[in-house]
Design a protein around this ligand. Structure first.
Ligand SMILES: *Cc1c(COP(=O)(O)O)cnc(C)c1O
Length: 373
């Protein structure tokens, strides 16, 4: 059994993917070829944003959005403590200070009360200027935008959605990567919409931001002349081959994969809900199930279950083994565990199970039976 079976998906989409790759090679348009524009248009329309600007990876997508807003030294950027490093690292590389926010143990997403607590703390200290909130759509479920967006409004902060895991999810039909002022996503192979290498995208409704994103991803070039550089940018583009791979994969995701993976999650929850803590999806929210994460009683039980599952050939992952406030890279911030009780709980108790749109009911049954015994 595989944790995320990308081979099973490839077998279904092989003809289209292979033809797409061959066409790109035949065209020799390896950088910013036609499939890139086609993909940008389709993704923007799907999520419900005016513009999609593809780039090299999800980390760059976050960084490009922050650069467009000129975020830098002295600025505070609020993000979840329980996430992949890039959610915070993308502001650190620009010299800004990430402010880590504890999570809600039910959804594993940013706790809006903890967010407001941190905003007030930064304002009281008076050293940094609060600028941006980066809510993370962890495991595929959109963050609690119903409560986060009013907080952003109240304090005059911008919102950058980290939709790296969230692509395909929605809140009452409004799709992930359309929340807040800008959104970022990743096409890392194991994400809900993954390519065969690195890739990412930024979404915005604002024409000026779209133009600046396109400039900054190409060394700050002017709109018409590649060798007329107006500001400091980076080099971050989506390869045409990756766009050609993503086009059929995106179609499959929209056509049936989201339904299939939701069906798989439903079966898991039905079988496991009386035995372990299963994921909570808020009413009106839909997940794209980048991960299916259960909570066990404590670290000992979690580790024992993981070892037992492994002995039976069932792969699981611990997303994530520690909070960002516990990372060596952020030791200098000297943040105490007491401020992050739910991150600590989650990191000790979480276990992510195999899930993807092509998983069989037999495999799910086997995973559940093995957990229960
Ligand atoms: C994967 C991920 C990223 C970064 O994406 P890359 O394409 O790997 O750079 C950022 N945020 C979250 C929450 C992620 O899961």
């Amino acid at each position: 059994m595989q944790f995320r079976d990308l081979g099973a998906q490839y077998q279904v989409l092989k003809d289209e993917i292979d033809a797409g790759i061959r066409d790109v090679i035949n065209s020799s348009a390896f950088i910013l070829g036609k499939p890139v524009t086609e993909l940008e248009n389709k993704l923007a329309e799907y999520v419900g944003r005016k513009h999609c600007v593809t780039c090299g990876n999800g980390t760059d997508a976050l960084q490009l959005a922050l650069m467009t807003w000129k975020i830098g030294p002295g600025d505070a950027v609020f993000t979840s403590d329980f996430t992949y490093f890039a959610s915070a690292g993308s502001s650190s590389v620009l010299g800004a200070t990430p402010i880590l926010v504890d999570i809600d143990l039910k959804t594993l997403n940013m706790d809006p009360d903890a967010l407001e607590f941190q905003i007030k703390r930064v304002l009281d200290e008076g050293k940094l200027t609060p600028k941006v909130i980066v809510p993370v759509d962890l495991c595929g479920q959109p963050a609690d935008y119903d409560r986060i967006l009013p907080i952003a409004e109240k304090y005059g902060l911008k919102v950058l959605e980290d939709g790296a895991q969230g692509f395909g999810g929605d809140i009452r039909g409004k799709r992930a990567c359309s929340f807040g002022d800008m959104s970022a996503t990743s096409f890392f192979p194991s994400k809900p919409l993954g390519c065969y290498g690195d890739g990412g995208a930024v979404f915005t409704d604002n024409d000026e931001e779209d133009a600046r994103l396109r400039s900054i991803r190409a060394q700050g070039k002017s709109p018409v002349d590649k060798y007329d550089n107006r500001e400091i940018g980076i080099n971050s583009r989506l390869d045409t081959i990756q766009a050609a791979i993503l086009l059929p994969k995106f179609k499959a995701l929209a056509d049936h994969e989201l339904d299939d993976v939701n069906k798989a999650a439903e079966i898991y929850t039905e079988r496991l809900k009386d035995h372990v803590v299963t994921p909570t999806v808020l009413p009106g929210y839909r997940s794209s199930w980048a991960m299916y994460t259960i909570l066990l009683k404590n670290r000992e039980e979690r580790n024992a279950k993981q070892a037992y599952l492994k002995s039976k050939g069932i792969p699981t992952m611990i997303y994530y083994p520690r909070g960002l406030h516990q990372q060596e890279a952020y030791k200098w911030m000297d943040l105490s565990d007491e401020m992050y009780p739910n991150t600590i709980e989650a990191s000790n108790r979480c276990l992510s199970l195999p899930i993807h749109p092509y998983i069989s009911e037999e495999d799910i049954d086997l995973v559940c039976k093995t957990i229960i015994e």
